[in-house]
Design a protein around this ligand. Structure first.
Ligand code: F6P
Length: 548
């Protein structure tokens, strides 16, 4: 693929950006009363208002042309068709097959993967029903009341945010907890609240080779046996999800208790697979099925909708505009819904592990910006903290605001306040407040003109800060599935435009290898000769302190 800077659309966008930087969105809204409706679209229960962005029709046209010139449609089609688009690992990328309700086959290496997808869903359904109904008994005949899910990265973040976001749909019998960090504080805290007779452990690891997850499972197993259980009781209390079924059974998991997943499911795209078992246990299989359904509908929308009204394409090209032409290095996610508070952390892995790359598909170093820093937090809390920097610093930070219009068991007063803050922030970011307005407002204060001028300068808000607003009719299981798929596809499309492989993660793999190497040095199994002086000294200080 040619360098992105050599495309016609790139040159057009570069030229346009010079003019756009001199214009203010406030003037566009004043001049065009229809701007909001012209730049609002919806699909799958999600309304996207992207009118508060620093784009004109001309800019959007050029951005869509860029997407064309980068063959975005080919990439989307290749992914859905099972093409080996994860080129460095020679794998298909088929999380979409896990929510494929079209009835069509999905072929990988000449084989239809749908029968195994459906068989795993059946197994998850049967297991969920038996645990939730109490038919599945623990080793002393008691039903399960607590589920401890052990996994990290994609084997943790997806199930965690979905169960959190769908709290109103939670099954009241089972209390589902997550443990990810190898820091013992985490697992000890959770175990201290468990009764071994009523606890089920779900160990999730695609590779079955992740230090944190293996160690936490060993700790859980040792705790379980210390409580008085026997080795044969383990089969009633421990299940695993993995694509490495052999490693799971070698580890001691009963073969029947292993829920398989395929190697064409990437970790950060895996909540739709058996990695979603904790979701089923928390909210029931039927609700999990609705999550899949919502994602399937977003898949269909993405495949079949013209770029101009295609939600993932619009979000993706706007992100490219800010990252490559308007100087943005980060993108903030602001869910105005307490139960969606984990979404920024989820998208952080999804986006940063996917597009935090600087090598093109051909092995060249990029000469353009790629994935931004993703961060954020729930509104309104952020308004009393980091929003200050978004409003008045000179860092351009595009924002995605999110709000469910209706929530279950709604308190109207609270919800109206939440909504007003969300909308008010998007308005303030766009409009800002001019020096003249601030100066005028200070007219009734007892200030000298010099003081008034100085204070007005501090209060001036430049505005012209871009944001998208995503409204959900209701954040039910189906809409949540669509929302997650929306961001997955945004990331795919941006990766296609930037010509990076969004599906490997060699940087984090190196972290795993180095972590194990250093552990060997700390535990005295290996000398520190190969280490740099700083790392060796840190280990020496750590080891010395352990001895004291
Ligand atoms: O941290 C890297 C990573 O490979 C993620 O991509 C993945 O989601 C996580 O580790 C967990 O891996 P596994 O499911 O194999 O334990």
């Amino acid at each position: 693929m040619e360098r992105i800077r050599h495309t016609q659309a790139w040159s057009t966008l570069e030229a346009l950006s010079t003019g756009i930087k001199r214009q203010h969105m406030r003037d566009w809204f004043a001049a065009d009363k229809n701007r909001a409706s012209e730049y609002t679209t919806n699909a799958c229960g999600i309304t996207l208002d992207y009118s508060k962005n620093r784009v004109t029709e001309e800019v959007l046209k050029a951005l869509f042309e860029l997407a064309e010139q980068r063959q975005v449609s080919n990439k989307i089609n290749a992914m859905f068709a099972g093409g080996l688009i994860n080129t460095t690992e020679h794998r298909a990328v088929l999380h979409t097959a896990l929510r494929n309700f079209s009835g069509n086959k999905v072929m990988v290496d000449g084989e239809d993967v749908m029968p195994s997808v459906l068989a795993t869903l059946d197994k998850m359904k049967a297991f969920t029903q038996s645990v939730q109904s109490g038919a599945h008994k623990g080793c002393t005949g008691k039903p399960i009341k607590k589920v401890v899910c052990i996994g990290i990265g994609g084997s943790f973040l997806g199930p965690k945010i979905v169960t959190e976001a769908l709290k109103p749909y939670k099954n009241k019998v089972l209390d589902v907890r997550f443990v990810a960090n190898v820091d013992a504080c985490h697992i000890q805290d959770v175990l201290s609240e468990c009764n071994f007779e009523e606890t089920l452990f779900v160990m999730s690891s695609k590779s079955f080779n992740t230090q944190e997850t293996l160690q936490n499972t060993l700790t859980a197993k040792a705790w379980f046996l210390q409580q008085g259980a026997t080795v044969t009781d383990i089969a009633k209390h421990f299940v695993a999800v993995s694509s490495n079924v052999k490693a799971a059974t070698d580890f001691g998991m009963a073969a029947d208790n292993v829920f398989p997943m395929a190697d064409w499911v990437g970790g950060r795209y895996s909540l739709w697979s058996a990695i979603g078992l904790p979701i089923c246990l928390a909210i029931g299989f039927d609700n999990f099925r609705q999550v899949l359904q919502g994602a399937y509908e977003m898949d269909e929308h993405t495949k079949t909708t013209p770029f101009e009204s295609n939600l993932p394409v619009i979000l993706a090209v706007l992100g490219v505009w800010y990252r490559n032409f308007m100087g943005a290095q980060s993108h903030v996610l602001l869910p105005y819904y307490h139960y969606l508070r984990g979404f920024p952390a989820y998208v952080q892995q999804l986006d940063m592990e996917s597009n935090g790359k600087t090598t093109t598909q051909n092995g060249m170093t990029v000469d353009h910006g790629t994935g931004p820093i993703i961060w954020g937090g729930e509104g309104t809390n952020g308004q009393h903290s980091f929003h200050q920097l978004i409003h008045q610093s000179n860092l351009p930070i595009p924002a995605d605001f999110m709000l469910p219009i209706k929530v279950l068991d709604q308190d109207d007063t609270h919800h109206a306040m939440l909504a007003s803050n969300c909308f008010g922030q998007t308005q303030a970011l766009m409009q800002g407040k001019t020096f003249e307005e601030c100066y005028r407002d200070l007219g009734d204060k007892d200030l000298s003109d010099e003081e008034r001028v100085k204070l007005a300068a501090h209060k001036t808000m430049p505005g012209n800060k871009p944001s998208n607003t995503l409204l959900f009719e209701q954040l039910d299981p189906k809409t949540l599935g669509a929302l997650i798929a929306l961001y997955e596809h945004k990331v795919l499309i941006q990766g296609a435009i930037w010509d990076v492989n969004s599906f490997d993660q060699w940087g984090v793999e190196l972290g795993k290898v180095l972590g194990n190497d250093v552990l060997n040095v700390i535990q005295g199994n290996k000398s520190d000769e190969h280490l740099d002086a700083s790392t060796a000294a840190l280990i020496a200080q750590f080891n010395q302190a352990q001895k004291n």
